[in-house]
Design a protein. Structure first.
Length: 145
């Protein structure tokens, strides 16, 4: 009789013991980390290119306000931050699958002209800074390269 009780007890308790680790409270992720991870998972070639355009516009506007060495020094932290953003955007691009020909065409149609214009504007602004304030230009070159 006692052996039947032992076997019954073992049969009832063993499954309960086996499930105990599953009952352990799971570690919760910090809300900001969870939000960042979710945002990363939602990245597409379109959204990454849109982020790139916004960041290049920010760079263009910041550079446009540089007219002497002092304004270059003031703009430097923001430009360094923009440089980091652009690197993160490039990393995001590398993390997702290569775009299909269709996606590449869509992106070129939607963003190509704007991206090209921003590139020209940034180049022209940097040339202007170099001509007008070579010291400011050298400061920017050292910090951004």
């Amino acid at each position: 009789m006692k052996s039947i009780q032992k076997i019954t007890t073992l049969l009832l308790i063993t499954p309960c013991i086996a499930t105990l680790p599953a009952c352990k409270k799971k570690a919760t992720e910090h809300p900001e980390k969870a939000k960042a991870r979710q945002a990363q998972n939602n990245k597409t070639h379109h959204s990454i290119t849109a982020d790139q355009i916004i960041t290049l516009e920010e760079m263009n506007n910041t550079l446009a306000n540089i007219n002497n060495l002092e304004s270059a020094k003031k703009a430097l932290p923001k430009l360094i931050s923009i440089k980091r953003k652009l690197k993160m955007i490039q990393t995001d691009k590398e993390k997702i699958a290569k775009p299909t020909n269709q996606i590449t065409r869509e992106i070129k149609e939607k963003f190509g002209a704007k991206k090209q214009q921003l590139g020209k504007n940034i180049t022209q602004t940097m040339k202007k800074i170099k001509q007008n304030t070579p010291k400011a230009y050298n400061l920017l070159q050292k910090a951004l390269n």
